[in-house]
Design a protein around this ligand. Structure first.
Ligand code: PLP
Length: 372
């Protein structure tokens, strides 16, 4: 089956013995045990498993071409489960401009529990190779990165890592499997904040990890999902499966509109630089072209001015809402450095837009007025 078809049908296939086309939500926390005792594989308690979570996990694994998946109550819960699956003393390589929440989680929590980390520029394989240590167990990739839109060569890193028995994970939240399939490119694991494009309507918080193989590492991760307890509710899983059925078509709109916005900004006198991997002028464009089908709905740009002018521009929008996060059908934007806080490497005059599905002319007219 092709991607669009899987997105609609894969979540409907399992855990639904009724004849309803759309599976029901199962709010129950408990399941009746058979009269002759507990059996492996049966559902017992919703933290350990429930039909709606199994449906969503099956769906996202199918879409990312993985063997299996685990869903979490947020993207960062999924990310911390991955790191908790390592041992104290293990070392990871992670981008210096990684999603700010993950940076804080590693530095303020995981490092205290003995995880070693190097935050580096991951745009060249040479720099990654130079930071490998005997204890390196995981290379964390975020491409395009948030919000600098740096591009990392997934195939190159996966080969390098594989030759040292190091696992690779790709945070695929921004591109989504519509635009980029890391497991096909050689990665072992894929991370998602499903709060973004999978949810797609700014009303669900969630996360997921998809694994190439149902191996020992994934078993550890699943233990942390069940015994760490950061699981999504059946209601949220049901909502996510529903949203995912339109993911392909929402992404086509996000891709098209973001390309138009990037082109508009590139030609605007108040804009000093535009970060969008679809632009031929982007330093990572050639690698992006090889590993992405399209370039996603996020655009960052540098104002020809200071921090105050940048905040003022964001303050003047009418249609585009001032908000953090991304991936909703409505356009949002923010002065990114204000959201990231301490340790941020984001320039003080960078604005980040999540380009929505409104008519692109309305989005661009609003940008035009805000830029003045
Ligand atoms: C939002 C985001 C996360 C964290 O996800 P939450 O659902 O907010 O916990 C991780 N990575 C990226 C790239 C994100 O945009």
């Amino acid at each position: 089956m092709r991607f669009e078809t899987k997105a609609i049908h894969a979540g409907l296939e399992i855990g639904n013995p009724s004849k309803a086309i759309i599976p029901p939500i199962s709010p129950t926390t408990i399941y009746e045990i058979d009269a002759d005792g507990r059996k492996d594989g049966d559902l017992h308690y919703t933290r350990l498993g429930n039909p709606n979570r199994l449906q969503f996990e099956h769906l996202i694994a199918e879409l990312e071409d993985g063997e299996t998946a685990a869903a979490f109550s947020s993207g960062i819960a999924a990310a911390s489960a991955v790191l908790q699956s390592l041992d104290p003393g293990d070392h990871i390589i992670i981008p210096e401009d990684v999603y700010a929440g993950n940076r804080k989680m590693v530095k303020q929590i995981m490092n205290r529990w003995g995880l070693k980390s190097d935050f580096i520029n991951m745009t060249t394989l040479e720099n990654i190779e130079a930071h490998l240590k005997p204890e390196t167990k995981l290379i964390w990739i975020e491409t395009p990165s948030n919000p600098l839109m740096r591009i990392t060569d997934i195939t190159g890193v996966a080969k390098l890592a594989g030759s040292h028995s190091i696992k690779t994970i790709v945070d695929n939240t921004w591109p989504t499997p519509v635009n980029q399939l890391p497991i096909q490119l050689g990665a072992d694991l894929v991370l998602h904040s499903t709060s973004k494009y999978f949810g797609g309507h700014s009303d669900i918080l969630g996360g997921a990890v998809v694994a190439r193989k149902n191996d020992v590492f994934f078993e550890r991760l699943q233990l942390i999902q069940k015994m760490g307890g950061a699981v999504p509710s059946p209601q949220d899983c049901w909502m996510l499966s529903r949203s995912t059925r339109t993911l392909s078509y929402r992404m086509k709109g996000h891709n098209d509109h973001a390309a138009l916005v990037a082109e508009f900004l590139l030609n605007h006198p108040k804009v000093a630089d535009v970060y969008y991997p679809g632009l031929a002028s982007h330093p990572g464009h050639e690698i992006a072209k090889m590993q992405m089908k399209n370039y996603g709905g996020m655009v960052s740009f540098i104002v020809d001015g200071n921090q105050e002018e940048s905040i003022n521009i964001v303050g003047r929008s009418k249609l585009i809402k001032r908000a953090t996060s991304l991936g909703g059908v409505e356009s949002t934007w923010e002065h990114r450095q204000s959201s990231e806080g301490e340790g941020s490497v984001t320039p003080k005059n960078l604005i980040r837009i999540s380009v929505g599905l409104e008519h692109p002319d309305d989005i661009i007219e609003d940008l035009e007025k805000a830029l003045g």
